[in-house]
Design a binder for this molecule. Structure first.
Ligand SMILES: Cc1ncc(COP(=O)(O)O)c(C=O)c1O
Length: 453
């Protein structure tokens, strides 16, 4: 299959033309110490290379090969991360805004894009199936009830797998959504690798219409590289335009080249590499279970390591301990430690991790399950709240104010309040428990809100 975009850049460089085009470093700036290789690959939309948003030349060929690898009608490269894919996906599903049924396990990139597109989320809370220490799954029955109550909803939006690796049942959610004639769109930021672990594990294989896959998180891709994969042909035609609406007109070539190279690597050896990774991770999971670390229950990403410190040192001290063992975790805060392995981790990395986790005994302490997320009270649309003037106040003074951004205790958790939601007694209590010192609130609620009061 090959690497058409990478090959085109190599061919272009071999022609040694005098580069009177951007970028300004001209491929050899002495001032960019240590970035010599990056410079030689950092080109622009030249006739020899094609253009990302116009879908031409070797760039278009690289995307065609990606579509074939993922067995979908269209696969689009993003050098603007999964964030750009999420923006485009939301634009395609709800071009003129409107209601959307959304799992409350959601990244701020989606909340921000919803505000820009004037999408009004109808929240579905996660269930408790992952256990007391994890955020849980979006469940098909709850999605059905939300769609019954909001017949005009344009789509169902689900984040799966979540940061902990917890996978929601997209097959059941897609079947429920199909009864209402709406697509399921998935933030698959943490699951770009899933189809290479096991056939049928990816969200598009389970009936989702589109997925935003943050390739740089779990695959050998430079930061910012992602794919928007489209299974429902109806969305393919407008997809480039939707990406161009939000994307930079100067997408990074090194990032796109890394997607091109990774795609070929996945085709040739992806399944074998992930089979090996799964075995290494399984040994660490077993050691963690023996050490009394709690892991999420039910279907999860087999290569994500997420531990809750149910009765032992908290994430911060677990992080310090791991660093002392020569390991840098992805996240170590509050009740959790999260590690993101990839096939690029060596066997030496894994033996270090296995040793450290085996010795990571629970050391007494308070059992503290995750408290239930507060019930949202929405008084403004996310758009109104996010685009309004805001001020930061001490959390203790925020009662009765309207949140101006997603208020999160820390990234893995369900936000305590979303933009446009009231800081109620319940939210205040949760914010205090979570140790949130400040809250960004709307400075002057609109006349419309004051009338509603
Ligand atoms: C669940 C989720 N969605 C979306 C994003 C945004 O991805 P990116 O950083 O590739 O833009 C992230 C990033 O951490 C994420 O965790």
């Amino acid at each position: 299959m090959g690497t058409p975009l990478f090959d085109a850049v190599m061919r272009y460089n071999s022609r040694r033309r005098a580069p009177f085009h951007v970028p300004g470093h001209k491929g050899a700036a002495q001032s960019l110490r240590g970035l010599a290789d990056a410079q030689s690959l950092d080109l622009t939309e030249l006739p020899d290379l094609g253009s990302l948003f116009d879908a031409q030349g070797p760039t278009a060929e690289a995307e065609r090969l990606a579509a074939s690898l993922f067995s979908v009608p269209a696969s689009l490269m993003s050098a603007g991360g999964c964030t750009l894919c999420i923006q485009a996906m939301l634009r395609l599903a709800a071009p003129c805004g409107g209601k959307m049924v959304c799992g409350r396990v959601i990244h701020r990139s989606a909340v921000n894009a919803m505000a820009l597109l004037d999408i009004e989320p109808v929240w579905v809370m996660p269930d408790a199936s992952a256990g007391a220490y994890f955020t849980g799954r979006i469940e098909a029955g709850a999605v059905t009830r939300a769609l019954e109550e909001h017949p005009g909803a344009k789509a169902v939006y689900v984040t799966t797998p979540d940061y902990f690796g917890v996978i929601s049942d997209i097959s059941a959610i897609s079947a429920a959504a199909a009864r209402f004639g709406v697509p399921v769109i998935v933030d698959n930021a943490h699951g770009a690798h899933l189809p290479f672990l096991r056939r049928g594990l990816g969200p598009l294989e389970r009936g989702a219409a589109m997925s935003a896959d943050s390739a740089h998180k779990t695959l050998p891709v430079l930061t910012g590289g992602a794919w928007l994969n489209i299974a429902d042909e109806r969305y393919a035609a407008g997809a480039k335009q939707a990406m161009a609406l939000f994307g930079s007109t100067s997408p990074s070539y090194p990032v796109m080249l890394s997607l091109d190279l990774c795609r070929e690597w996945l085709r040739v050896q992806g399944e074998d590499e992930f089979k090996r990774l799964e075995q290494s991770v399984a040994a660490v999971k077993q050691a963690a279970a023996d050490a009394g670390l709690v892991q999420p229950a039910g279907e999860c990403d087999p290569v994500r390591l997420a531990f809750a410190h149910a009765a032992g040192p908290r994430g911060e001290s677990a992080g310090e301990y791991l660093r002392a063992c020569g390991i840098e975790p992805e996240f170590a805060q509050g009740a959790w430690t999260i590690l993101i392995p990839s096939p690029m981790n060596t066997s030496e990395h894994f033996s270090r991790l296995l040793g450290a986790v085996s010795r990571m005994r629970s050391a007494g302490g308070q059992k503290q399950a995750l408290s239930a997320a507060p019930r949202p009270v929405c008084v403004m649309t996310p758009r109104e709240a996010l685009l309004s003037q805001a001020e930061t106040v001490a959390a203790k003074d925020a009662r009765g104010r309207i949140c101006a951004e997603a208020l999160c205790r820390c990234p893995p958790a369900v936000p305590l309040a979303m933009p446009g939601e009231l800081m109620t007694a319940e939210t205040m209590f949760a914010a205090r428990q979570a140790g949130c010192p400040y809250v960004k609130v709307v400075k002057q609620p609109s006349a419309m809100y004051n009338k509603m009061k």
